[in-house]
Design a protein around this ligand. Structure first.
Ligand code: NDP
Ligand code: MG
Length: 397
């Protein structure tokens, strides 16, 4: 039967990252249905060469010029490899005629332009990079409506909501609740948070992910970004999007309808499930790399409200979501700068929310008339955040 189903031809942006590697596992397990035709990353060309050889990929993109130059002269790539460089090159590889689906898993804002190019080229977008909708949800959704390009959520919570909405009307949704594990510090005494180091923050209790998103899980900035993303993806109002702590990360969302019924989706905390769902949608196939949830052993699912004091970043994200305009982009940009400074040992863990709060207060919120206006707000937020860092540096905290 599988032989009769169409093959999906995929470009994978962010192939060398955590989502990228999970995507490769899914593609390797379903080579009859999924074909990798293009890969791109920032600079890790040796890993791209390995992937290109394993999957027979001809089109390779590198955002970093030096890495691109090294890759071009490397004999690790086959002679017929076509290289794409820089942001323009990533947009080109995202619009390859031989591809029908682009999985966007680039960390940060670099995925925005290639994703918009792919949308304009009417590719199906499997979307992992949450920054795109957070920054430019209005423009990305309008572009998708205009071209008819389908957006399939890869982030586990959004993929879960997407599954729970199938066969239902969005206007019947009362609210959606995204679950959060609570990250590395969920059980730490509050007074210890001031001493939290990057090594502590990177010990996620449930998920194995890239470093930036793992820190965002510890602050719950990640859940804040996800609420904003959900609002755009599913056409909801800010007050319809909530978060709850769920330590086991087995339930990924709760979708409450107006009659009080709640639908949910369960699977183990592994990204291969939502990635496979998005890439094979609307078909289903066994998920080969993970053990399914066993119902033959006792297990507990518990929920608790988010403590505002422990997770000020969630409150800041929700305020930005309600404010709308440029505020979500400013929240995102300030958070990126603050998290990088925390990971680099420049500022303390608690400084992350301090920096973001001050940047949101200092950058004037306006309704962006165009994408360049969003990019300007993003750049301004980064400038303001960088200028604030010395006042938060580790020695003066
Ligand atoms: P990683 O840090 O593990 O990987 C990031 C990837 O992005 C790498 O392939 C990196 O390339 C590439 N990259 C970085 N900068 C650029 C650039 N300027 N141009 C092109 N490629 C670039 O991140 P994750 O895989 O964890 O996350 C990727 C995205 O998916 C993020 O937006 C994250 O929020 C989202 N996400 C992640 C989840 C997860 O479980 N990890 C879950 C849900 C969403 P290189 O290796 O060469 O530097
Ligand atoms: Mg998520």
């Amino acid at each position: 039967m599988a032989a009769n189903l169409p093959r999906r031809r995929i470009v994978l942006l962010g192939a060398t990252g955590s989502i990228g590697e999970s995507t490769l596992r899914v593609i390797a397990a379903h080579r009859d249905r999924l074909e990798l035709v293009g890969i791109a990353s920032h600079s890790r060309h040796q890993r791209l060469a390995e992937i290109a050889r394993e999957f027979g990929v001809k089109h390779v993109g590198l955002a970093d010029d030096a890495a691109l130059a090294a890759a071009r002269t490397s004999d690790a790539f086959s002679a017929g490899t076509v290289f794409y460089g820089g942001p323009v090159g990533l947009a080109e590889i995202a619009t390859l005629t031989e591809a029908d689906t682009v999985l966007v898993a680039v960390v940060g804002t670099a995925g925005l332009e290639p994703a918009l190019a792919a949308i304009a080229a009417r590719k199906t977008i499997a979307l992992a990079s949450k920054e795109l909708l957070v920054m430019a949800g209005k423009f990305v959704m309008a572009a998708a409506r205009a071209s008819g390009s389908q957006l399939l959520p890869v982030d586990s919570e959004h993929n879960a909501v997407f599954q729970c909405l199938q066969g239902h009307r969005t206007e019947d949704v009362r609210r959606i609740v995204l679950t959060a594990s609570g990250g590395a510090f969920r059980d730490w005494p509050l007074e210890r948070l001031a001493e939290a180091t990057p090594t502590d923050a990177l010990k996620h209790p449930n998920w194995a992910m890239g470093p930036k998103i793992t820190v965002d899980s510890a602050t719950l900035a990640n859940k804040g970004l996800e609420l904003i993303e959900a609002q755009w993806l599913f056409g909801l109002r800010a007050e319809q999007c909530e978060a709850v702590l769920h330590a086991q990360s087995i339930i990924h969302c709760l979708v409450e309808y107006r009659d009080g019924s709640i639908l949910t989706q369960l699977c183990p905390p592994s990204m291969t499930f939502p990635i496979q769902h998005a890439l094979l949608f609307p078909d289903r196939a066994p998920c080969p790399t993970d053990d399914a949830l066993s119902l033959h052993k006792p297990f507990t699912l518990d929920f608790r409200p988010v403590e505002a004091e422990r997770y000020p970043m969630l409150g800041l994200a929700q305020a930005a979501m309600v404010a709308g305009g440029n505020a979500p982009a400013v929240f995102n940009a300030a958070n990126e700068v603050a998290v990088a400074a925390f990971l680099g040992g420049q500022v303390s863990f608690l400084a992350i929310s301090g920096v973001v709060e001050q940047v949101l207060a200092q950058v004037k919120n306006t309704e962006p008339p165009s994408l360049p206006a969003v990019m300007e707000a993003d750049a301004e937020a980064r400038r303001v955040a960088r200028a604030l860092l010395p006042t938060f540096n580790s020695s003066s905290r």
